[in-house]
Design a protein around this ligand. Structure first.
Ligand SMILES: C[S@@+](CC[C@H](N)C(=O)[O-])C[C@H]1O[C@@H](n2cnc3c(N)ncnc32)[C@H](O)[C@@H]1O
Length: 280
């Protein structure tokens, strides 16, 4: 089906929109645009059926992914800080009446809870630094399960691999533990650098995260302190890296975890067990 048939008017191709609105990609804003509609439809399908679901899109730019989300039937709220993109997004709004709300602003300063009454999915193709900061924020919330139902986020492939990494690999670290201790994180799709305009220097990959069950009796802050200490000196034995954390070595002893092991050999479950021992 021609997606925009859902809307009232037909939208022009994205390249034409970019040219007409003079949207040259801004390096400072980390702009690398996607134009391939089939690829965009595949990305919009990652969260599952979106018909009638709320979606928060961060960084819509000229609206390629936004269109795909709308074609999938989502109710989209999009936050974009580059006001040059707003006229192009207004055209998308017109083509999909009452389906798209665009908010001009910095996603780092807007609490998503203020935008939705109920659950929502997050989909974003963001600059690396902003994406990682928002991602860790969404994963670190006190409320669990969180209000978001899934996160579908584009990262540099190297960062995506760190998020889904397993123990005993060089990519495994704090990000993997944070993403996996009460969520399921998987690599949903690799995206070749040539798919973007302009192409970034490195390959990208999309990570899909859904909330799982939070282990009982574990404080997020304590878990963070344990992983920070352990991976802060990842080449050192736990005896050394955790010695500054009160009670940690005794906790390892109680759990039967050898103090000669290094951080990257501990499974997420073992980190959770240590954090539980140290949670007041
Ligand atoms: C990599 S581009 C992706 C554009 C579009 N989603 C696509 O896939 O073609 C990132 C977009 O995020 C926007 N952006 C960057 N930082 C932002 C922030 N802090 N808040 C909201 N949008 C931001 C940029 O202006 C840009 O439009």
């Amino acid at each position: 089906m021609c997606g925009e048939a859902r809307g009232m008017t037909t939208l022009p191709p994205l390249r034409e929109v970019i040219a007409r609105h003079g949207l040259s990609a801004s390096k400072a804003l980390g702009q690398n645009f996607l134009f391939d509609e089939q690829l965009l439809d595949r990305i919009a399908a990652i969260p599952g059926a979106l018909e009638g679901h709320n979606v928060l899109e961060v960084g819509p730019g000229p609206g390629g992914l936004t269109r795909a989300l709308l074609r999938a039937g989502a109710q989209v709220t999009a936050i974009e800080m580059d006001r040059r993109c707003l006229p192009a997004l207004a055209e998308v709004e017109q083509a999909f009446p009452d389906k798209l709300k665009v908010i001009e602003g910095d996603a780092m300063k807007i609490a998503p809870a203020s935008l939705f009454d109920g659950p929502y999915h997050v989909v974003a193709n963001l600059p690396y630094n902003v994406g990682t900061a928002l991602f860790t924020g969404w994963l670190s919330g006190e409320e669990w399960p969180p209000q978001w139902q899934s996160l579908t986020l584009m990262f540099q492939e190297e960062v995506a691999r760190r998020i889904v990494a397993e123990a005993n690999t060089s990519a495994y670290g704090r990000l993997a533990v944070l993403a996996q201790w009460r969520s399921k994180a998987k690599l949903a799709m690799k995206v070749h650098r040539s798919a973007f305009t302009p192409p970034p220097k490195v390959m990208s990959a999309i990570v899909h995260v859904t909330p799982g069950t939070a282990p009982e009796g574990v404080s997020m802050r304590v878990l963070e302190r344990v992983t920070e200490a352990a991976f802060g000196q990842r080449r050192k034995m736990l005896r050394q890296s955790l010695k500054g954390l009160p009670g940690a070595l005794a906790a390892l002893d109680r759990l039967g975890i050898d103090v000669q092991r290094r951080a990257e050999t501990l499974s997420v479950t073992e980190f959770v067990a240590i954090a539980r021992e140290l949670t007041p």
